[in-house]
Design a protein around this ligand. Structure first.
Ligand SMILES: Cc1cc2nc3c(=O)[nH]c(=O)nc-3n(C[C@H](O)[C@H](O)[C@H](O)COP(=O)(O)O)c2cc1C
Length: 321
């Protein structure tokens, strides 16, 4: 698959997720086989105002084709924001967020709010593609709500405006993250476009990845929540899509090694304090489904320093499997 002129070897993407897909986690996922990664969403306006925290989210990871995702609703500011994002991160492509359902964002006309103003969305894609020399992609949903599903027309407009790829999350804005993703509509989008389409929503295993690909005939798939504490979903999905023998996840002590490396990279990226606060969430995810892990999960919830992380990891290795 190609995103514009960029060759993608493995069309299995890690979805952009605010508060989750930082540089450390993206690096781990890329090492395990995610062919495409995307940064957490960043406000175009904040970039233009030189906000340091926003800029820090854009660090490009190695090992995958990496996009920087921006949001906003002003074509000129989005164009400037895209230039800055590219300059800051050296990313391979710019992704425009047209799917975020959070009221603060969508009710402001950003994120999924842009699906209610398709002409403005078109203008944004046109301005951003003019402003940067890397491919520009779009991530959207089915539409605003059940009564206004417009992704078929919307996706075509994005293609005609210059988008090099589109990711469709098979839910409406009003569904947020509940209900079932509608792969039928994604299949219709795929049939009506020439640019690559990534199918997104409810892919949680190798088996669901195969079903989604066969159902939608999408060029690739994007995985969000099922990656939490489980970057091994990438080799699992890759094996299933290639028809190889089912992938067997490493044993817990090896998984803990990967988690530790992620937290060490996070410390390098954002300092010990923030990395440790964020490790509380990630580490608990890594232990999801592990029998008798309650005692350690409680300790994880009060991690302050890397020493705590190492001590808990040692205990997990010794006591659990
Ligand atoms: C915690 C969280 C944060 C997210 N942040 C973003 C974001 O910054 N940009 C974006 O386009 N989508 C964001 N999403 C949506 C995901 O990329 C994805 O589209 C959605 O979770 C559906 O895929 P899934 O069913 O595989 O989880 C977020 C989702 C979650 C759960």
């Amino acid at each position: 698959m190609q995103i514009g002129s960029i060759e993608v070897n493995t069309p299995i993407a890690l979805g952009p997720m605010a508060g989750v897909t930082d540089w450390a986690f993206r690096t781990v996922c890329a090492e395990l086989g995610a062919g495409i990664t995307v940064t957490e969403m960043v406000s175009s306006r904040a970039l233009v105002y030189k906000d340091k925290k926003s800029a820090a989210l854009l660090r490009k990871n190695e090992g995958s084709v990496c996009g920087a995702q921006i949001f906003g609703n002003d074509p000129q500011i989005m164009a400037q924001g895209a230039q800055l994002a590219l300059e800051i991160s050296g990313c391979d492509f710019i992704d425009i967020n047209m799917g975020c359902p959070m009221p603060k964002i969508a009710n402001n006309g950003d994120g999924c709010g842009l699906m209610r103003t398709p002409e403005l969305a078109e203008q944004i894609v046109k301005e951003v593609t003019k402003a940067v020399d890397v491919p520009v992609t779009v991530k959207c949903r089915l539409g605003w709500d059940k009564g206004s599903i417009n992704v078929l027309d919307f996706a075509k407009r994005m293609e005609d405006s210059g988008a090099a790829m589109i990711t469709v999350h098979g839910r409406t804005r009003s569904m947020l993250y509940s209900g079932v993703a509608d792969w039928d509509t994604i299949a219709k989008v795929k049939r009506s476009l020439s640019i690559p389409v990534l199918a997104n929503g409810d892919i949680v295993s190798g088996e669901t990845a195969v079903r989604c690909r066969n159902w939608t005939k999408a060029d690739g798939i994007m995985i969000g929540r099922a990656t939490f504490g489980n970057p091994w979903i990438f080799p699992e999905v890759k094996a299933a899509l290639s028809g190889d023998a089912p992938y067997v996840r490493p044993k817990l002590s090896d998984r803990v090694d990967v988690a530790l490396r992620q937290f060490e990279m996070a410390r390098e990226d954002k300092g010990e304090h923030i990395a440790c606060l964020e490790a509380r969430k990630h580490f608990a995810w890594y232990l999801r489904g592990v029998a008798h892990s309650g005692y350690y999960k409680e300790q994880i919830s009060s991690i302050q320093k890397m020493e705590d992380v190492y001590r808990i990891a040692e205990g997990v290795r010794k006591d659990l499997q």
